[in-house]
Design a protein around this ligand. Sequence first.
Ligand SMILES: NC(=O)c1ccc[n+]([C@@H]2O[C@H](COP(=O)([O-])OP(=O)(O)OC[C@H]3O[C@@H](n4cnc5c(N)ncnc54)[C@H](OP(=O)(O)O)[C@@H]3O)[C@@H](O)[C@H]2O)c1
Length: 246
Amino acid sequence: MPSILIIGAERGLGLGLAETLNAMGWAVTGTARAGADTTALQSVARVAHVDVTQADQVKVLRSEIGDSFDVIFLVAGIFGPLHNSVTEATDAEFSEIMLTNCFGPIRLAHRLLDRLSPNGTLAVMSSHRASITLNTEPGLKLDLYRASKAALNILARTIHADHPELTVLSIHPGWAATAMGTLDGTVDAEISVEESVKGMAQVLTNHAGTRQNLYLDWQGNVLPWSPGRPLVRIGLWSQYKHSPTV
Ligand SMILES: NC(=O)c1ccc[n+]([C@@H]2O[C@H](COP(=O)([O-])OP(=O)(O)OC[C@H]3O[C@@H](n4cnc5c(N)ncnc54)[C@H](OP(=O)(O)O)[C@@H]3O)[C@@H](O)[C@H]2O)c1
């Protein structure tokens, strides 16, 4: 029976994943922030607690969870301010989204690597909005969100570079009907939570333990990180790879 730790699991896609994977026979541990209503989560998972922005909560989390997981999935995230614009954002707004969507989850991932099984899988909840290649539509006010998820992707990829024995997946869940996906019920999403989590469960089943670093959507499609041909293929990589700095 595979085991998973889901960070941010008491509502939305995290809860959906906990319910679906539990129904598939996985042993599920899910986290909530202290004080959150965990009634639904408790019926499908062991419950632990963490706010990803609070480094001092990691010790307690470590004491609440098991010793070894096949998969750790960092799901928690925020959309940020509705304007989402880099020209309107305050320092506090930019800091909050980068801390919640990138630095907090990646710091937590590092502190939990020893709780992954030897060939375990680290998954982060990314977005297709993190793709540099796909960032070509004019007029979309998604600056802060895009930046936070692109930063999440690159730091997740660094974990794979340092730990090639692990599988590291950046997963886009689709535009799913959660509080975030519907902007608190003001817009229609493209897919239901059930469709999204069923797809992501299949992605985990297909790719866990393969030791790859992949950027995938909920249907298993490979997303492009960035435009252009990889430098390694056009013979320029050698002039960069030995530089210890920028
Ligand atoms: N829905 C979509 O269409 C969509 C598309 C692309 C990517 N995503 C990503 O999918 C993930 C889940 O989003 P969702 O759609 O399920 O949104 P959601 O319904 O708004 O749920 C967000 C989850 O993140 C948790 N969270 C937020 N800040 C946290 C913090 N500081 N520490 C710990 N937990 C925190 C929330 O906990 P609280 O209840 O305590 O706030 C909640 O469990 C996010 O990373 C989001 O960026 C969603």
